[in-house]
Write a protein that binds this ligand. Structure first.
Ligand SMILES: NC(=O)CC[C@H](N)C(=O)O
Length: 424
């Protein structure tokens, strides 16, 4: 049976087929000559299955969609502070190739515009015999689960018309933001941009970002979580250049476009999406690609700012039982303990204090406990203990293994067997 998700992606291709506005990138001859009618879309959830439709096997150059990944490598190589000292994180409101630096700091405003991306490229560590480009390609291969190569024709074509990027690199060098040979930096950056990918590759790469930096199929932690979060934040504010505000209000997810016509989008925790269509709008973003993304966002409910249904209460049920002749209150908790769900539990306990001295928290149905929930639980435990309650935790999965009250007092623990034996 064909997946309905594929049928849906087919409809994205047909429903946007009439959009022929914009033009292929004119400043890179190889891209200017691309077939403008090609279109593709792919989606990959954090489960790792890729669904793709349209010209799904067509390879095109990653271009500026390489920028967030190169930025991640620079951060992992040097630490965030080092990189922030050299490249800002403020949206520039300028076009991607603007010859601009922050007048106050003399630094590139962010790593998504070319000024920041050329500097980023020079920060990627290269050992003897390994170039920054090799590192980036190896990273793409880990993300996409297949070897990724440079499209030499695209790289050579862009190198011949690289005046603007060379100008930028010399500007960066002059202001102290770029050490080393500016021409070499541009040549490396251009090869990074010429890496050849499909929408399926990109969806898998985006899904890794959605999955907190863990490649969904190999399970490899390719980016550490704080880097991943930082990266997505910069993509959200700067990824679509001078169209970033419009993008965030309409599509509403961290994204990055490339001048060959690709766009990737990431809904943290859920899905990576990628689209391709070579004609660009005035901002250098794929015109039909933006339309495809708008449809995906609307139909699949991707917008980050959509106030979703409040998290379910963490309280599955409250039981009053007799344990060895003593009455006990059992709170059976469920799901993820996040701010809103733990707040509703604490509210319940405060407004209807347990009527028994013995209080059991059964965590068997709990999946994840965020730090805020752990802290709040510790503080609640302290108050209950201070009021004379005896607190017991049943936590077979070790979800809150080292749990103590907020004064560091250990909390009694029972196994599920002890609980069921006691309940009888
Ligand atoms: N927006 C883009 O994709 C730009 C990338 C391209 N290689 C350039 O530097 O001009």
């Amino acid at each position: 049976m064909r997946s309905p998700i594929l049928d849906y992606l087919d409809s994205i291709i047909t429903d946007t087929a009439h959009i022929d506005s914009g033009a292929t990138a004119d400043y890179i001859p190889e891209l200017a000559a691309a077939d403008p009618t090609r279109a593709a879309v792919a989606l990959c959830t954090t489960n790792g299955t890729v669904y793709a439709s349209g010209d799904a096997d067509h390879q095109f150059s990653i271009q500026s969609m390489s920028k967030p990944f190169a930025y991640a490598l620079a951060i992992e190589d040097h630490g965030l502070d080092y990189v922030l000292d050299r490249i800002g994180v403020e949206p520039s409101g300028d076009a991607f190739n603007e010859l601009s630096l922050d007048p106050e700091t003399g630094k590139p405003r962010n790593p998504m515009i070319n000024a920041g991306a050329i500097t980023t490229h020079t920060l990627i560590k290269a050992d003897d015999g390994t170039t920054a480009v090799d590192r980036v390609l190896a990273f793409f291969a880990d993300l996409a689960e297949r070897p990724v190569e440079v499209d030499e024709a695209v790289a050579a074509s862009e190198l011949r018309t690289a005046d603007r990027n060379l100008g930028l690199a010399y500007l960066l060098h002059g202001s102290g933001s770029l050490s080393g040979d500016p021409a070499k930096a541009v040549a490396g950056y251009i090869r990074q941009c010429a890496a050849s990918v499909t929408v399926s590759d990109l969806a898998l790469m985006a899904a890794t970002l959605a999955n907190g930096g863990v490649q969904p199929n190999t399970g490899k932690q390719l980016l550490c979580r704080p880097t991943n979060r930082h990266l997505l934040s910069v993509m959200a504010s700067c990824g679509m250049y001078d169209a970033a505000g419009n993008w965030l209000t309409t599509v509403g997810i961290p994204a990055k476009s490339g001048v060959a016509g690709g766009i990737i989008g990431v809904l943290p925790g859920q899905v990576g999406v990628a689209v391709f269509s070579p004609r660009l709008d005035a901002h250098g973003n794929s015109a039909r690609g933006v339309a495809m993304m708008e449809l995906l966002s609307e139909d699949l409910g991707l917008h980050l700012m959509e106030a979703s249904r409040p998290s379910r209460s963490s309280l599955w049920e409250t039981q009053i039982v007799s344990l060895d002749g003593t009455e006990a209150t059992i709170y059976v908790l469920q799901g993820d303990l996040v701010l809103s769900s733990i707040e509703s539990l604490v509210h319940e306990i405060l407004t209807h204090p347990p009527r028994t001295d013995l209080v059991v928290f059964d965590m068997s149905r709990v999946d994840e406990v965020l730090p805020v929930a752990k802290r709040t639980s510790s503080e609640t435990a302290t108050k209950l203990i201070d009021e004379g309650y005896r607190i017991v935790i049943v936590d077979p999965e070790g979800t809150i293994e080292d749990f103590t009250d907020s004064r560091g007092r250990a909390v009694e623990r029972w196994t599920p067997e002890q609980l069921s034996k006691a309940v009888g």
